[in-house]
Design a protein around this ligand. Sequence first.
Ligand SMILES: Cc1cc2nc3c(=O)[nH]c(=O)nc-3n(C[C@H](O)[C@H](O)[C@H](O)COP(=O)(O)O)c2cc1C
Length: 341
Amino acid sequence: MNFAKTIAERRTIRKFKDETVPFELLNTLLKQASSLWKSEEQSHWRCVYYESAASRLRLAESMFAKVTGSQLGKFIPSKLTDFLTKSVLSTPVHLVFIAESAANRRQCDENYAAVCSIMQNLQLLGWENGLGMLWYTDPMLNYPSFFNEIGLKVGEKFAGILNIGYFDRSPKARKRTPAEQNWTEFMTDTKPRINTNDHYVSSPDILEIVNIAVWAPNDGLREPWRFIYVTDPESVAKLQPSPANTSPSFLIVVAKKEADPHKQEEDYAAVCCLIQNFQLLASCKGWYVRRTIPEWVYERRLPIPLNLDPQERTLAVLEVGTAEQIPSSSSTPSTLNVIRL
Ligand SMILES: Cc1cc2nc3c(=O)[nH]c(=O)nc-3n(C[C@H](O)[C@H](O)[C@H](O)COP(=O)(O)O)c2cc1C
């Protein structure tokens, strides 16, 4: 796949053709999507596949129960609920994605990052195969009837529904902000890097692929991300996970903290899609990217003075270098857990 082209050209599709999407195709794409996710940690997630008319009708009813069951519900014309139900039934497949529970916050975030990244991979692979998708997370879904229907357990996180189908027309792209406008290069001194052959990737080269990665899906086009590129050896040494490593540089991705928790979750998901795009593009360049969520992210004790706004939080730290420098790390495959309804 030409990742750069697919990442930039993929569009959210909201209207589908009345054409069956074969389960075998989607299952194969889901396996590929899962294998494109590289992490040193085991992640736990599952996917519920709504395909039969009966299961999709049940899903539609559970999705609208918050509205129809409310005080105002009796004033909502049945025409509107019929229309909403029809829109669900005219979507060939719904895949519901769930990040499973974990022992601590960091592992919960790992599971959520895994599921969001795999959803993005699936959108890209689908696009290559003529399939359009909509990532759907309306706040209306935040209701017990929906969570019961999808089998969400305590401690688990609903990541979104992917509405999937073949389509006739793709909407026009809505512009993204150039990454340069959200970019800071962190330096504690002005000394140039002494060794020019130390597997470090220059900021113009990184920016080139970040400018493609920003074509990630993101709700309300909030583009919640900001980038801090750390290249000076003193700061790089402080960010290194272990003293034995000789990391060339770090790209730190931070996001604005929305007051609304629903938007905050969506923004986290969007940043995960952007990072996944970045990892795919970097692998085409022959660079390595090691993505981590260090403990200091939660303690808010930054190892270097990043001067974050109080309304910002660090979502991921990416160690970037050229391939000859690949650190001794193993990638743990993600297990595929699909429930077909
Ligand atoms: C986490 C997440 C949640 C989203 N939720 C919705 C949604 O509920 N409804 C919707 O119409 N689009 C939703 N979207 C899709 C965005 O609206 C879409 O990505 C954005 O408009 C940019 O369009 P593009 O994907 O074609 O580039 C969501 C996207 C993400 C990543």
